[in-house]
Structure formats: structure tokens, C-alpha cells
Unconditional design. Structure first.
Lengths: 242, 242, 242
């Protein structure tokens, strides 16, 4: 299985062109879009999202990850191998949390090059062909050199910021529920917010937080949009009021 | 074939995580997204949309339906069996119109439970595994108990409201064309609207109504957005001016 | 492979219903969405987008193209055969540039008719069944009559307008990079814009143009949204300041 994690949006030609490459190179592979709307051009919040959601996929999954504001510049192309999953994409911190949380982690620099490489669409020209080859069973060592130097960016283990606003207006944080004492209150958008077990446990219009189905602390409003009620966006800071 | 009917939006991780479950459990099944933007958290208009669009799919289709504002609360998980199609989802009225319009209808309560059930994402943890098992050919009686009590919500046979605004700004109603006399005028957004056979039959900028390709009465504006021109949204009332 | 090029948007039931038809008729075919958000109801800019992106797909691809404001009116249904790719859709100019740029081009009028044809959704009822039959290997001559009269609309070889705004706010023009002298400046939104090799070659907030990965001249702003910074939308004129 190949899982896509990008900031392309679902519309437009970008995902479709990558899918065409994947299909031509690895016709047997199943491709699933995990996120097409990761924070645009922001590898830091995207790294916390990816680490929380990728862990839920079966081992053997190849993640094709494109949040790549430095495309065409000097940033390297890498594969992170972490706990029997592979992550293909730019070396801009996107895989830092995946690597840090894995028991077994290794960073590879992609050495494979396509016959023709555009300056602006490495997702199609470089990352998708490599992901498809890995999904087909080609060995990493045929495509990349191991033990690439890893530049530690010093990002925290958990990020006390909003990292994603979903379709319902729920605000996902970069904090894992397991790292926060459950009776704690959060402060977000200038408001103190108590935990609740589920939407229907609070009155309509009330903000609450809970640990979502992928382990992230998430802020919601029963029958409302938390981002609008609390004025939250990707990057808004959260504090734990314990 | 498994058809998805949700209010998840296409972006974000929710549909992708359900697709991963479907693929792992029923790799041979083809999955198609019918609606990913059903009215968010509103089972009533969604029920009229579902009934109109599901009837068009081939018999044997399994519909995985998640418009589920009560997730985590006391609402039951059900399968509606109606005219050789199966509908898996929450028991909140979403299947009321499908059941009422079927010649052969039966409601089942899902008894199967996953090893681990999140409080907020029954689509992934409960409904998708059940839909995949049904698509693979497992019997309903292995997953659910028949003749679940059906709470009639007293919703009308046709809903004189807007139930969906599409990408073009066209406003779909919950009224079936077959139930409305064709020369009738409608009143919507304070304006009286005449029928027309097709877009090009009226001048640009003119509102008209017609029976859409799935049998619902729909309000459109030639080369314009009916929702903006007429001030319509999901829930706006319609009256028939006959 | 069947590639979809439509103005349906990804949400809503339209793409899903076409996919259901394609799957039932040609279950072996792989279907990829290239554009679901072509300029709504505007065949002219869509024609330049299609010509630029279709050329990148492998020969043998069948394109199912629905930008069809005249649906239900007198416009014909056609197949354009151009350089070993097939394009199925309405005869409204959408294929004019594909035909003009092909070494080997022929226009066919679709004669096949479905048992039942709605007035508003020829994508589902007519174009998708024809595309699926072609993808399965049915001959064009069984579905269409060759040498349909081609009404030349007199559109230019390259269109000096914005034809698409992407998810990042980048503004694609209908100008091929190969037709523009590279040191030229463009004027768009009242501003003179210089070329740059890539995003990271200009300071944040600066507008520049480049030739994108599909050969079209594109206007972008490093770490910004060109459409907002420059006030651009589909149809905005571009001039080359050479």
C-alpha cells in the first residue's frame, strides 16, 4: 500500500499526475490519500500530523510525502525507514518526529535520478517513482545511500500548537494525549477548555478537548466550528493549564 | 462495490483511513465516493439525498454511510437492508427514507464489535469493517441481529427544503420531481421560479427549476450560482406555488 | 487508463456516479482524476489546460472530459482522436487545442446512445459509457462516425490569460513557455514580473514567473498566494513586456 501525504489539495492536477506515475510503475499497488491538505508549505506542523497518523497504517506501507516549500533548491531527497514503514520525500524536517519516535530508524539519501527532473514538481518526477519502486519490492539500497546525515532541528517531542483544522472546524494539536494529564484544562484562543469524553457529553456550542482516534489532543465545539468559535488556525499556540 | 456517503469532506485523513480499512479487509472490493460532503452533522437532509442517489446504484452495492453527530453517545449502529442494497451506519434517521421507499426493507442492529473502538471515529473502527465484511460476502446475521426496533421520526415523504448545494451553486431540494406537478412554480429565497427543460433554455442569469438526473427537483441559474442569486443554503424552505 | 478532466469539483455525487459507470462497464480500467476543478463552464481556458496536461499522459489514455455548459442543448457529443490519445466530451471547443497541436488528429461525432439520457448529466449517461467502451477496446467506428465537421473557433495558439488558479494560489496561464522568450517580463495584475528559476530563488513575498512542470508559464509568489497578491483570477489578461 502507498499512502499519500501532501499539501497539494485534492483538486488540481498534482495528485492525479502522481497517481499516473504510481500506476504506470507499480500497477499492483493500492494507493490511498491520507492527507492532501497538510499545512501548505509548513513541514513542522505537518511532521506532527504525519507521525500521529502514519503509525496507524500497517507495516510495509510506503508513504509518499510532499510538503516541499524548498523544491528546486538545495534540500536533499530522502527516505526515512522507521519501524517497518518507509517515508519518501524532502529532507526538511517532515520526517523528524517519525524518526524520533521509532524504535528502529534510519535515514537514506535518494541517489536515483529520473531521466528528466522538473525544477518544481519533484513529487511527480522523483518521489513518486521512488515510492512506486519501493512498493514493487525494489531494495532501498538500489535507490538510496544509507546513513544520510540527519540534521536535528530541535523541534519538541510534542508541539503545543494547532497543526490542522479539519472539515468540521475541529482543531488538532501536535500534543499526544498520552503526554497530557487527562483532567487538565487547556488554554486556546484565550479561553480555558475542559476535557470531555465525546461531543454529546457537552451542551451545543460548548468547546471541549479530547484525545482523538489517532491519539492527538483535539479541540472541538459540540455542533459548532471550534476554529471559528475560538479563533484558531494552524500555528495558534496552546497552553496546558494544570 | 462499496459506495461511501459521508460528511467527512474529501480532504483530511478520515476518508483515507476508512479506505485503508476497506482495502485491508476486502481487497477485491471497488470503493467509490458518492458524497463526501453530505450536510455536515445533519442526518435529515442527508436522508433525502441518500435515498435519491442510492437507488441509482446497482443492486448488491454496500453503502458505508457516516453522518454521525451522535458518535460516542447512545445511538445504535445499524444496517438497513432495502431492495437488495445494504446501508451501514448510525441509527439517527439517515436510512429512514431509504427504508420507507423500499418494497423490501429490514433494519438490523450491528452486534459485531472491533477489538478496539474509539469514541469519535466509528466510521473507521466499526462501520468500515462491517461494510467490508458484507462486501466480501459475510452474512448479515453473522454481524447483526435482525428486526431492530425502528423509531419512526415522522419526517415527510418529500422534504420541501434545500438539502444540498453543489459545486456550481445549484440547490437540490428533498422533493422528488415525480411528486410535483411539472408546470408548477416554486418559491425559494422569496422569488417565484418557473420550470425549464435545461440551462440553455433560459437567458443567462435567470433562475429556473428542473428535475435533475437523479429525480430530485433542483434550482439553478443559467451561468450563475443559484445559492448566491437566491440566498439559499441547506435548510432553506421551498414552497410549491400551484 | 481513463483520465478524468471535469469542472465537477471533487465533492458532490457527479464524479462518483461517473466512476460507478466506468467501473461497471470497464472494471479492468484504472481511473485517475486529472482535473476535477477545470474552470467551471468555461471551455476556452479549459482547452489550454487540457492540451498542456494531456500530452504528459501515456499514449492510449482515454480522457473523459466534461466542461459542458451547453448540456441539454444542441451541441454535439464528440471524440477527438489526437496522437494516439482519445478525448470524449462535448463539442464546444474543449478539444480545439488538442486537435490543433496534434500531428495526427481526427474528430468523430458520437452516434452511440444510451437507453436513457438525462437532460443535465451527459457525463454519466453518454460520455462515461463511451469512454469505458473505448478503454475496453471497442472500436471508435462502432460508437461514432468519423470526420465530423470541425467548427474552428479562431482561438489563438497560446492564450494570454490566466486559465487556472491552483491550491497554492499560483496562477497558470495559457501560454506555453516554449513560445515566450525567457528573459521577458510579464505584466499581470498591473505589475511587471520577472522570471526566476524556482521559488527559493526570490525573496519571500516576491512575485515571479517560471515555466511549470507541464510547460505552461505560471505566476507565483514565494511563500505567498499570487492570486491574492496580484489580484488574479481565471480570465485575467497577461501581457508580455519584451
Amino acid at each position: 500500500m502507498i499512502a499519500l501525504f501532501t499539501d497539494f489539495g485534492l483538486a488540481g492536477p498534482y495528485t492525479g499526475q502522481m497517481l499516473a506515475v504510481l500506476h504506470q510503475t507499480a500497477p499492483e499497488a493500492t494507493t490511498i490519500s491520507l492527507f492532501a491538505d497538510a499545512p501548505p508549505g509548513q513541514p513542522k506542523p505537518a511532521a506532527y500530523l504525519l507521525a500521529a497518523y502514519a503509525a496507524w497504517f500497517p507495516t510495509g506501507t510506503v508513504f509518499l510525502c510532499v510538503v516541499d516549500p524548498g523544491v528546486g533548491g538545495a534540500r536533499r531527497a530522502v527516505v526515512a525507514s522507521a519501524d517497518d514503514r518507509l517515508y519518501v520525500g524532502p529532507d526538511n524536517g517532515l520526517f523528524d518526529l517519525v524518526l524520533r519516535r521509532a524504535a528502529d530508524a534510519r535515514l537514506w539519501e535518494i541517489t536515483w535520478r529520473p531521466p528528466s527532473l522538473s525544477a518544481s514538481f519533484h513529487g511527480r518526477d522523483l518521489f513518486a517513482p521512488v515510492a512506486a519502486r519501493l512498493a514493487k519490492g525494489e531494495t532501498l539500497s538500489a535507490l538510496a545511500r544509507p546513513d544520510a546525515e540527519h540534521f536535528e532541528r530541535g523541534w519538541p517531542d510534542d508541539l503545543a500548537e494547532i497543526v490542522y483544522i479539519d472539515h468540521y472546524g475541529n482543531a488538532l494539536t501536535g500534543l499526544r494525549g498520552s503526554q497530557v494529564p487527562t483532567p487538565a484544562r487547556l488554554v486556546a484562543g484565550g479561553r480555558s477548555i475542559a476535557p470531555a469524553a465525546t461531543f454529546s457529553a457537552v451542551p451545543p456550542g460548548t468547546a471541549f478537548w479530547y484525545v482523538n482516534a489517532n491519539g492527538l489532543l483535539e479541540i472541538a465545539v459540540n455542533r459548532g466550528r471550534a476554529n471559528e468559535v475560538l479563533g484558531l488556525a494552524v500555528g495558534s499556540p496552546i497552553t496546558i493549564d494544570s
